[in-house]
Each structure stands twice: as structure tokens, then as C-alpha cells.
Design a protein around this ligand. Structure first.
Ligand code: MN
Length: 285
């Protein structure tokens, strides 16, 4: 059962509409979590939403590019994306699958659509690493849809990608940043509660339908930043009249300086210059 656990729910601090942009070799996407929100939503650095049935919007993909200092979580809703990296990893992400890559001290990788037509829809989230973890050995996991644990209740299906929900441990657990990443499917009018420490930063992104968080309606393609209300113990989502799907993402803030230069995210400018130098010298490959 969807046992009530939240007695003092969080309120919405702010609604955010993403910014249309393009990245990689010209993939059209919406940047939902942008750089000015990195401090507020620490430990998260970026959320991109992509979704199109026009091949020209996605076909060019993301050819070889480097990363250092954080983790990338790619979550496909529909479509096929082939991943290859300089550490020798390769995988094909399909409908509902997740790829969790820890760039650590550095990888060069490509993320290319493996389809010529049809819908490609999904998300890429960037999760920061603690200063002590930024130079760790790169890691990579493909998690097919069938291996993602679920919590189910009447009108509620929750795919627990990271963290845990109602006793269901997600596919990924991380110390320090303690990420929670839930893909929540709600029938019209369904309600879902999730426990959440008040100190964790969190947000909801609605990608189908619409829902309410307390008195705030969150329409499709909007991110609701959840207030860190003192004494709050979770969040309550109430679907509107449409079948609704949303991401609930939260984590423990690192509280460290954030220095970003494109695909490198470190703590200081000197570390960024080192990253660029290492990349140019071929030391990320
Ligand atoms: Mn990448």
C-alpha cells in the first residue's frame, strides 16, 4: 500500500520553464536545470530533457567529448542510444533504460542515436561528485528497464532508479550525495508521498499530464523546485485529471565550490585548467 508517511510536506518554492537549446552535434533539447540553479540544487548540475519525433532534431547525436569530475545519468523514455567510451565500455540504451556513468578523473565518450526515425525521448542529469571523489577511476553501468526496481500501489507506479521509496531500494545507491531519482507514473487523481530529509535539495519535473504539490499546480514541462522547509519530512504529489508522469529528484548538498568549464566540473579554476590540459594532452583517453 501507499502508506501515508509524510506529515509535514514541502511546498513549491519556484516553478521553472526550461530553456530551449542545442548541444552535441546539434541535438535540440530543453535545459531544465541550468547553471544559475547549480548552487540552489546542489548536488545536481544539469538536467536536459529531449523529446522529438523529427529525426533532424536528434540524429546528429553527441560525438566524442570528454567529462571529468561528476556523474551523468541518461534515462531513456523512448528510443535507442549507443554509448562508447575511452575506458572500453559500450552499451545500448533502450526504452526505459538508464545509463549511470561516473566520469571521475575522465572519460571521452560518444552518445549516438541508433534509430533513423520515430520518437527519441529522455533525460540527462548531471550529479556532482565530492571533491574527494572527483578523480576516482571512471565507472559505468547500463541498467535495462527490466532491472529497475519498482514500488506499486493503486494508481501509482514508481520506478526507483536511485535511492529508495517505500522500502524499495533503487538500482543505484551513493554515499555522500545520496541521490533519489524516481520516475513516477500516476493515474488521474492518484496521490504519492515520498519521505525526504528537509536538508536535501529536490525538484519535480513533470513530463506528462500535470500534478499539484500542496497548493501549487505544476503543469507539463515545468520543474518545481521544492522548498527546504524546516521540519518538513517529505513531498506529496497529487495528479490532475490526466495520466501523469514526473521525475522526483533529490540529494544531499555537497556545499563545496563549483567550477565548471563545459564538460568539466571541479572545485577550482586551477583544477579546470588541469582538466583542459589533460584532455588536450590525451590523458583522458
Ligand atoms: Mn556526455
Amino acid at each position: 500500500m501507499n502508506t501515508p508517511t509524510v506529515t509535514t510536506p514541502r511546498r513549491v518554492e519556484r516553478l521553472v520553464a526550461g530553456q530551449p537549446t542545442s548541444d552535441g552535434a546539434g541535438v535540440k533539447l530543453t535545459r531544465v536545470l541550468t547553471q544559475p540553479l547549480q548552487r540552489r540544487l546542489d548536488p545536481y548540475l544539469m538536467l536536459d530533457a529531449f523529446g522529438s519525433d523529427v529525426p533532424g532534431d536528434y540524429i546528429a547525436g553527441f560525438p566524442d567529448h570528454p567529462h571529468r569530475g561528476f556523474e551523468t545519468i541518461t534515462h531513456m523514455i523512448a528510443g535507442r542510444l549507443r554509448h562508447r567510451d575511452s575506458a572500453g565500455h559500450e552499451g545500448l540504451l533502450g526504452d526505459g533504460g538508464v545509463q549511470w556513468m561516473t566520469a571521475g578523473r575522465g572519460v571521452i565518450h560518444s552518445e549516438m542515436p541508433e534509430q533513423q526515425a520515430g520518437v527519441m525521448e529522455g533525460f540527462q542529469l548531471w550529479l556532482n561528485l565530492h571533491s574527494a571523489d572527483k578523480m576516482q577511476t571512471p565507472g559505468y553501468r547500463d541498467i535495462p528497464a527490466a532491472q529497475i526496481p519498482e514500488f506499486n500501489a493503486p494508481g501509482v507506479r514508481v520506478r526507483v532508479i536511485a535511492g529508495s521509496s517505500h522500502g524499495v531500494a533503487g538500482a543505484v545507491q551513493r554515499p555522500r550525495t545520496e541521490p533519489l531519482y524516481l520516475d513516477i507514473h500516476l493515474a488521474p487523481g492518484a496521490r504519492f508521498e515520498q519521505a525526504l530529509p528537509a536538508t536535501h535539495n529536490g525538484f519535480v519535473y513533470v513530463y506528462r499530464g500535470g500534478l499539484s504539490v500542496g497548493e501549487t499546480a505544476v503543469p507539463e514541462q515545468r520543474m518545481a523546485i521544492l522548498g527546504n522547509d524546516g521540519g518538513s519530512d517529505g513531498v506529496v504529489l497529487q495528479a490532475g485529471e490526466q495520466p501523469t508522469r514526473a521525475l522526483l529528484i533529490a540529494g544531499a548538498p555537497l556545499g563545496e565550490p563549483i567550477a565548471q568549464h563545459g564538460p568539466f566540473v571541479m572545485n577550482t579554476r586551477e583544477q579546470l585548467m588541469q582538466a583542459v590540459e589533460d584532455f588536450q594532452a590525451g590523458r583522458l583517453a
